[in-house]
Design a protein around this ligand. Structure first.
Ligand code: ATP
Length: 422
């Protein structure tokens, strides 16, 4: 059986991963978790999300395959007991996949990927649940069924790229109080191989622990269970209530779709190739905007204030630079997560130089004249520009990274150190 669940928490407390962690413990009486529980990040632009748009799936090998009733009852009872039903935006959903056909696998593979890359309606989840006779329960408006079915779908059909996260949970009596974690131990853990985003080296910040009142103490992300466990062994902190190692689609860029600028839609995320058409502008509030175009259209791309040093890279771009941009589109603007500077514009067209100053234009097609000595020239000249930036990949720092964004450390052959934005 695969149990999928979503939308049980509110901004004031709880967390669906914690509910899953409690269920994993309770499920031991009914069977064995098969492989890993899945922590799936869905479309990061969904307005209904509480925080990171997470959904969970637990594949379980049941002791007695003929009687699923008691498991379903236990799961539903636990949701009823723990979910924050009072919050307006909390609409829990749970699904139980108990068998599969090729048709169901195909439908779910498509649905799950769309839940990461697109915006779905509750009715689409309900239609699939009905078509494939998947047992489920939606609470309140049932929106959680979207994420629950998508997560269960990935558990059934697989993920093309995976990472791991070890999430440690706090004792209940400490929820809402400041987290007690020894800082030195975190920097030691962060230095362990094949893990990332425990700390933000550029901004000298610890980023693996949330600041919200939820049950999570911290999360360690990495390439394998071994890697996250190794880093975990260095952490000194307040006592844990429990911890779980999840398999995830985090840091895989699964939300990004290759596209042309004219095709982009709000609430979706893209990889777009283009040429810089307008020089960078720093706006009030500290965000930086450039405009790029391809053969189909133009789009503004923005690096927000929390992206810190990444904005200095964007500020060094010039008209004519060729770039590939990565990010989500909101109100017609792409919010930059990464940028690859493919080719630098090394040339600039300028008015000719004379007497250490630029000549002045005498009007359209009238040529140029030196204001000091009166010398004339017919045309503008091409001059080479001295550039201080190199071609290559640049990314936002870990403190500004979205859950789904793939860090450059995960791109084959690139070490984090040589590609961070400074
Ligand atoms: P947390 O991560 O702390 O558990 P959250 O950020 O995951 O909270 P939810 O409370 O789960 O947010 O709310 C997200 C809601 O949006 C869920 O009901 C989920 O089913 C729904 N949803 C997720 N992805 C999509 C999508 N692509 N289209 C439409 N609805 C979606």
């Amino acid at each position: 059986m695969i149990i999928g669940l979503d939308d049980t928490d509110s901004k004031e407390g709880m967390c669906t991963t914690y509910l899953a962690a409690v269920l994993i413990e309770k499920l031991k009486a009914f069977g064995r978790v098969e492989g890993y529980p899945l922590l799936i990040r869905l479309n990061p632009n969904i307005i209904y999300k509480t925080r990171g748009n997470a959904a969970l799936a637990i594949p379980i090998d049941m002791n007695r395959s003929d009687d699923a009733g008691p498991i379903k009852k236990m799961v539903i009872d636990t949701i009823e007991e723990m979910a924050v039903f009072s919050a307006q935006n909390t609409n829990p959903g749970v699904v139980f996949i108990e068998g599969s056909s090729d048709g169901m696998k195909n439908d779910l593979a498509r649905f799950s990927l769309r839940a990461v890359q697109d915006v779905l309606e509750i009715s689409e989840a309900e239609e699939l649940l009905l078509r494939h006779r998947i047992s489920h329960k939606g609470f309140k408006n049932g929106r959680g069924l979207i994420g629950a079915l998508a997560a269960a779908g990935f558990a059934l059909t697989g993920l093309p790229d995976i990472t791991y996260e070890l999430i440690a949970y706090r004792e209940k009596k400490r929820w809402g109080t400041p987290r007690s974690i020894d800082e030195d131990s975190v920097w030691k853990a962060a230095a362990q191989p094949d893990t990332w985003d425990t700390v933000d080296y550029e901004n000298r910040r610890i980023v693996f622990a949330p600041h919200s009142p939820d049950p999570i103490l911290f999360g360690i992300r990495g390439k394998s269970e071994l890697a996250v466990r190794r880093a975990f062994s260095f952490i000194k902190s307040e006592p844990l209530e429990r911890y779980v190692v999840y398999m995830t689609n985090q840091n895989t860029d699964m939300h990004l779709v290759n596209g042309k600028i004219s095709e982009v839609l709000d609430f979706c995320s893209y990889i777009l190739e283009g040429t810089v058409t307008k020089p960078p502008r720093t706006m009030e509030g500290g965000y930086v905007i450039i405009e790029i175009h391809d053969t189909t259209s133009a789009i503004e791309c923005v690096a927000f204030e929390p992206t810190k040093g990444f904005r200095n890279i964007i500020r060094q771009l010039q008209v004519g630079d060729e770039v590939t941009v990565y990010g989500s589109v909101k109100e017609g603007t792409l919010n930059l997560e990464k940028l690859k500077l493919e080719a630098l514009n090394q040339n600039e067209i300028k008015n000719p130089l004379c007497c250490k100053k630029r000549m002045k234009s005498m009007g359209r097609a009238q040529g140029f004249r030196c204001e000091k000595c009166g010398a004339r020239a017919k045309e503008q000249v091409i001059e080479s520009i001295k550039r201080t930036i190199s071609t290559g990949f640049y990314e936002v720092p870990p403190s500004a990274r979205r859950h789904l964004s793939k860090p450059l450390a995960r791109f084959q052959g690139h070490s984090e150190a040589s590609f961070c934005a400074h």
